[in-house]
Design a protein around this ligand. Structure first.
Ligand code: GN1
Ligand code: MG
Length: 357
């Protein structure tokens, strides 16, 4: 609390600090809501950036600044109202920097968007809205002027790289967990060739990189009191990648009938209605797609679910150094739930492809 107050005074904020309280369910950064005393001053979102994961904070904050400024301009051009609730607003320090480093941690402030909710499970309606929203997001950013955005986490959604990390982790077997997960490793290995397709297409010049959100989990969208879509949040990983990432991560999270870490694997299935609704919304606004990108959209769902299986398993074998965990087997539980979802996607893959056609 004392810390939050000290930080508050370093940033270009309005009003007087009242209180700070933890907020949200992110697996990476620590987030607080900072409330101001005055009712006519905004509240703020304060975050401690996970510097072990986001090693180039300067680059990340610059990306976010460029992206939010560009999105704001697009909203203005469309004559939208209530723009402060439809795009994030980063707050700079009194010295004009987009973050503050206190010698140990990196901190940033954003405007808090009032009267919103996030959702953890979607209906067909909200999936359609999300599809439109993320399609619009990519479309709006497709003409971002200037240099390409930086890769805030190099090779973030590069499946060849993720598999290489997994194999190195298996080699080391740092905490002796490999034997226990051999079956899962075999399942992953069996699919390597198939799932590395986008990287091959990229090398052959058939697939391009565009600006992606790269963390299109359902809970990274804000809705208003009526359940209408407002704003895409968590822009830390906005960077160049394949459009498959964004539809894929949405399918992985929004079209899962269970939880990402569901203990009961019977709960976990792909919800085809949600896939269909999202795809429909997305194709309406993502008007820039090439035929090959379009045809690979369902593959995106498969790829991102596979990639998350690989990433959770890698972290489990590595002794849980990346994701926050609630108990010792948490990453393994997540791995199993993601793998179950992958199997369900595989079983329904033909139907998913029909939606695009
Ligand atoms: C992390 O921070 P959060 O919870 O939005 C992760 C994503 C994973 C996700 C799995 C920077 O996202 O890539 O898909 O957990 N973000 C980073 O839930 O690694
Ligand atoms: Mg997030």
């Amino acid at each position: 609390m004392e810390k939050a107050k000290q930080l508050f005074d370093l940033f270009e904020v309005q009003g007087t600090f009242d209180s700070a309280a933890p907020l949200g369910a992110g697996l990476i950064n620590d987030t607080y809501k900072v409330t101001t005393k005055e009712s006519n001053c905004p509240d703020y979102l304060l975050q401690r950036i996970n510097h072990a994961i986001f090693q180039n904070v300067e680059m990340m904050q610059n990306n976010i600044f460029r992206v939010t400024s560009h999105l704001r301009k697009k909203l203005e051009q469309r004559g939208e109202t209530d723009i402060d609730r439809k795009v994030l607003t980063p707050i700079s320090t009194k010295e004009g920097k987009l973050y503050h480093f206190d010698g140990e941690s990196y901190w940033r402030f954003m405007l808090f968007i009032p009267s919103t909710k996030t959702i953890d499970s979607v209906t067909e309606e909200s999936a359609y809205a999300a599809g439109r929203a993320f399609g619009q997001f990519q479309c709006d950013l497709s003409d971002l002027p200037g240099e390409p955005l930086g890769e805030t986490i190099p090779n973030f959604h590069n499946i060849e790289f993720r598999l290489q990390q997994l194999h190195e982790t298996i080699e080391k077997d740092a905490v002796g967990r490999v034997a226990e997960v051999q079956e899962l490793i075999d399942e992953i290995t069996k699919r390597e060739e198939e799932l590395c397709l986008p990287e091959r297409l990229f090398r052959e010049g058939k697939l391009t990189k565009r600006i992606n959100h790269c963390d299109t989990k359902v809970n990274n969208m804000l809705f208003d009191e009526n359940g209408d879509f407002l704003c895409v949040i968590d822009l830390d990983t906005v960077m160049p990648g394949y459009v498959l990432s964004d539809i894929g991560d949405f399918i992985r999270t929004g079209a899962n009938t269970g939880a990402e870490d569901d203990e009961n694997l019977n709960n976990v299935e792909v919800n085809l209605k949600v896939v269909e609704a999202y795809t429909k919304g997305y194709l309406e606004t993502a008007t820039f797609l090439s035929p090959i990108e379009k045809s690979l959209l369902p593959f995106g769902g498969k790829l991102l679910t596979y990639m998350q299986t690989v990433r959770f398993l890698t972290d489990y074998i590595n002794g849980d150094t990346y994701y926050k965990v609630k108990h010792a087997g948490h990453n393994l539980q997540r791995t199993k739930a993601q793998f179950k979802l992958l199997q369900s996607i595989e079983a329904h893959f033909d139907e998913m492809n029909e939606f695009v056609k």
